[in-house]
Each structure stands twice: as structure tokens, then as C-alpha cells.
Design a protein around this ligand. Sequence first.
Ligand code: NDP
Length: 311
Amino acid sequence: MTTTVTPQSLDGNAIASVIKAEVAADIQKLHAQGIRPGLVVVMVGNHPASEVYVRNKVKTSAELGMNSELITPPASVTTEELLSLVAQLNAREDVDGILIQTPLPPQVDKKLLDQAVSPDKDVDGFHPVNVGRLQSGQPSLAPCTPAGIIQMLKRSGIPISGQHAVVVGRSDIVGKPMAMLLLQENATVTICHSKTRDLAAFCRSADILVAAIGKAGIIRPDMVRPGAVLVDVGMNRITSQEDFDRFFSGNAKREKTFKEKGSVLMGDIDPHAFALASYYTPVPGGVGPLTIAMLMANTVRAARLRRGLAA
Ligand code: NDP
């Protein structure tokens, strides 16, 4: 007898709302102790694409009851000038979280900046000290996107312990910390990347498959084990009719968007594969909203850890 499983879409917006409500309640408790967590976002130059995203971060933090500040140095800023700004922010008592938005202009040394942010205010979790803390299981600030994915899985009642998790992608901001967090949750973890031989075979062996690649629909239905949990981190904009037809033919809602905007957003997983999954994260509306929610949670966590309060 074969049993058919109805794939369940994981609603990132709903889970993010719950997390943000928890963060707001936590902030109220800190207010009662005379503490007002503060987040500073540094956005260099003009980037219409990241501007909406950055303003959303600033707006959300203010709405949740934090001090929230946006600093916008010009595109001509030097690494030295940014290092001096970061030093000032590190020294400010009213600042708990510092986030430097990418992309940065080519003259700016991003690695140097990541290392200059105080590890205690590093709400992105990129500082080598936080990478090390995460690796050795000490209280740390974990990168927001993978931390959000763990929250999403846990809050949806999806077991992680003992599962085979395959992470495709090994970037410092998603793939590597994702693998480390899954390992901490007792998954058996495999990391794949562009040099992996027979990617399909690894993917087919996954109970939980996390795609963090940045290439539209590269994970095909034949690479997915029926019943697997599919987590799609990729954010790709497709603009060609050929791509659209390949991935979304017959999808009236997407067709409307494509006609209106000339493009649609999709992940790294071919949407046809979602039909095989037990759970999957849609793009948009899956992993994306969790990233901002976890940035808020990390800022409050930083505020607590810096003052020696339980996080
Ligand atoms: P990177 O470009 O830094 O890393 C991509 C990874 O994918 C690399 O490790 C690369 O391997 C691997 N890769 C590339 N091609 C292949 C292939 N053909 N087969 C297997 N592996 C491959 O990207 P990021 O990690 O920064 O981001 C990944 C995606 O996630 C992007 O679409 C990004 O926009 C999205 N994203 C979404 C977020 C959200 O909030 N939803 C947040 C952050 C990112 P190698 O190391 O060998 O080059």
C-alpha cells in the first residue's frame, strides 16, 4: 500500500510574526529595567534593491521598541573611514547591534570591517569570534538566515535530531553556519558545493535538504526523495519567458506577476519538486521573512548578553 503525503508549505511570514511578537514582549521587559536595545544599520551608497530591505530592518526595530538608527556614508567612503565609524559605534553604550549592509563598494575591505565590529554587537554573526563560539557550542550570535531556518523547523514540529540534513552551499553567511546549527541539533550533516561529484545522489539521500546556492531551480524533482523537507534559501529573479515556462507554466498567479513586472522571484529548488516534499519553504514568503525576525532577536540577545543577563 502506498500512502500519499500532502506537501505542506511553511509560512515564513506567520512564523516571523510570532518571533517578532516574542521579541517585542522581551523588549518591554528590558524597558522595565531601564534598558532600550539599540540597532544601527550602516548602508553605504545607493542601492535601490537593498534600500527597501534596510528601511524594513530599521522600521521593524523601531516598531518593536528599539532605538533604531540608519547611517548612510557615501559610495566614495574609504575602509579607514568605515573602521573609524565602527570604532565609534563599538564604544557607544546605547548601541547593542551593528549591521553593515552588503553590497559594499569595491574599495572597501569587507573582511576587515566584519572583524572590526565588536563580537558582542555583531548581530550578523560574521565575526570570527562568533563563528568560533558557534562551532564550540558557546552562547553566540548566529547568522540570521540559518538561525531563522532552525526556528522554522522547530516551530513547525519538524524533527531534526537523527535526520540526514544535506546543505547545498558553503558560504560563510548561510551554508557553513547552517550546517553547524543543524549539527548542534543532532542532525547528520553533509555539505555540498560546486565541486561536489554527483550532487543529485547526495540530495536524494536527504531527509532535510537546504538549498543555498543562488541558481534558479537547480535542484530538480529527480534530486528529491519523496517525503523530504525542502528548505529553499535561494532568491533568484527570472526574467526570460523560457525560464518562466519551465518553472511556472500553468501557474496563474505567477503568470500575472510575470506579465506585470517582467520578472518573478524564485528559489534554487524547481517548484515542481515541492509536490514531493512533506514540508517546503516557498519563495517568496518562506525563509526570507525569518531573516529580519532573527536580526531583531539577535539584537535583543546581544543587549542581554552584553549586560550579563540570561539570553
Ligand atoms: P554564495 O554565492 O556566497 O554561495 C553559493 C554556494 O553555492 C557556494 O558555496 C557554491 O559553491 C555553491 N554552488 C554554486 N553553484 C553550485 C552548483 N552548481 N552545485 C552545487 N553548489 C553550487 O551565496 P549565499 O550563500 O550568500 O546565498 C545563496 C542564495 O541564498 C542566494 O540566492 C542568496 O540571494 C540567497 N540568500 C537568501 C537569504 C534570505 O534571507 N532568504 C539570505 C542570504 C542569502 P562553491 O563554494 O564551491 O563556489
